[in-house]
Ligand binder design. Structure first.
Ligand code: GLY
Ligand code: MN
Ligand code: MN
Length: 429
């Protein structure tokens, strides 16, 4: 890993939060993600299971976390399972964690090698009444790939058909959406790295630069600040490409007079930042560009003024939509008659703003959390309204990351230039 060691207290606290939610005499088992093959003999870059990371900070493949707070054998109330380091594997793939290293990262004192866990796990399961197993219950999940969590659940239910089972994911959704102060410290680091990178981009961008050169610059800047890399595929969309929400081709030349929308964020210590800024390629907004940009910034500020404890993301999105309607009337995108006759299922504003305004952010860019229940203090959300105008070949999005407080929210990106004046002044330097 490139990042500096994190405070293991992050994971100690997280495990405590999870075990406090467990029923009596229950055991919870968490697995690593699969290592995924490419076409020949290579593997995709390993992406650890987010719940296992949240509980332990362990990035290594083939790891498990087992929590059994009522285990009569006190030593095994929390267990980290790791592959036994072997010389051949290390010759090819490098160093694997030793016991003391794994304890230093996770705060878990009992480490068991994967090749010996089966025999130990069996009696623990016999003693326990309830088994918590994991599944991916992110509301945005949209695939049926039979990943390890689901295979493991099937296997366990075959082996132990008479136990009661619980879904860890239900607990995880509640807990992971509320960030501890220690987690916020790590997220702030990812955000600060992203800020530095954005500042360097404002000096780097000029007419003629290629979108992929900007993408490369982001990569360079992230890695040189100890980020693991981009938290998601950077979107570097100049001109009309900005209307494509997931434009990751990044292949075009950035032209004089165009805006460029850049949606990128660093991953640091496995936590994500998620920033979008839209800036003029030549350093100066045109008149219409400024009008549209300021309309988007107004929506951004409006959203920030209502995203606080009590509102649900669904109600909040509705309200931002109503404000967008007013704003779009003002800047000549909508006519009164279009609004009056709009289909309630397909609001007029949605022609120009066709995505959600906010999502949970954390270990995953689209992090676990509810959309239907009230927002709570401790959650982290993006706020990212956009305005996409086909007739004008233009797209603007402005995205910051907010930590919900008891009465409102805190903008974790408040130091990043956002107004027309701030951006123009910085690009002029
Ligand atoms: N870049 C992904 C998002 O903003 O949701
Ligand atoms: Mn984004
Ligand atoms: Mn986002």
């Amino acid at each position: 890993m490139k990042y500096l060691p994190l405070n293991p207290e992050i994971f100690i606290q997280n495990r405590k939060r999870f075990t406090e939610k467990m029923e009596k005499n229950a055991i919870a088992i968490f697995n690593s993600n699969d290592e995924l093959p490419t076409n020949a003999d290579q593997l995709h870059k390993f992406k650890q299971n987010s719940d296992l990371l949240w509980l332990s900070g362990i990035e290594q493949e083939d790891s498990m976390v087992i929590l059994y707070p009522d285990n009569p054998d006190e030593k095994f109330r929390e267990v980290l399972v790791l592959v036994r380091p072997n010389e051949l594997k290390e010759k090819w793939d490098g160093h694997r964690l030793r016991i003391s290293e794994a304890t230093a990262i996770s705060g878990i004192k009992t480490i068991v090698w994967l090749d010996s866990i089966e025999g130990m796990l069996q009696p623990w399961i016999h003693w326990a009444e309830i088994i918590y197993l994991n599944s991916n219950e992110n509301d945005r999940k949209s695939n049926w790939v039979p990943v390890r969590d689901y295979r493991y659940a099937e296997l366990m239910r075959q082996r132990f058909p008479l136990h009661q089972y619980r879904r860890s994911a239900k607990v995880m959704k509640e807990l992971r959406s509320i960030k501890t102060a220690l987690e916020i410290e790590v997220m702030q680091k990812a955000i600060d790295i992203t800020e530095n990178t954005f500042r360097s981009l404002m000096q780097f961008i000029k007419p003629g630069v290629m979108e992929y050169e900007i993408e490369a610059e982001i990569y360079r800047s992230f890695l040189s600040q100890r980020a693991s890399g981009p938290a998601y595929g950077s979107i570097i969309a100049s001109g009309d490409r900005a209307r494509t929400l997931h434009y990751v081709e990044n292949s075009r030349e950035c032209k004089d007079g165009e805006l460029i929308l850049m949606d990128f964020g660093a991953e640091y210590g496995n936590y994500c930042a998620d920033l979008t800024r839209t800036i003029p390629v030549n350093g100066k907004f045109g008149r219409r560009q400024k009008t549209v940009y300021n309309a988007c910034l107004h929506l951004h500020h409006y959203a920030a003024s209502i995203l606080k404890p009590g509102i649900s993301i669904i109600d909040y999105t509705k309200k931002v939509g109503e404000e967008a309607t007013q704003v779009f009337l003002k800047i000549g995108l909508l006519r009164k008659s279009e609004v009056k006759n709009e289909d309630p299922e397909n609001r007029a504003y949605a022609k120009y703003l066709y995505h959600g305004i906010s999502h949970h952010l954390g270990i995953d860019v689209h992090d676990l959390g509810t959309r239907t229940e009230p927002v709570k203090a401790g959650m982290v959300f993006t706020i990212e309204p956009g305005i996409y105008i086909e007739e004008e070949q233009m797209g603007v999005r402005i995205e910051n990351n907010f930590w919900i407080t008891r009465n409102g929210n805190k903008d974790l990106m408040k130091n990043i230039p956002i107004t027309v004046e701030e951006i123009e002044a910085y690009m002029k330097k």
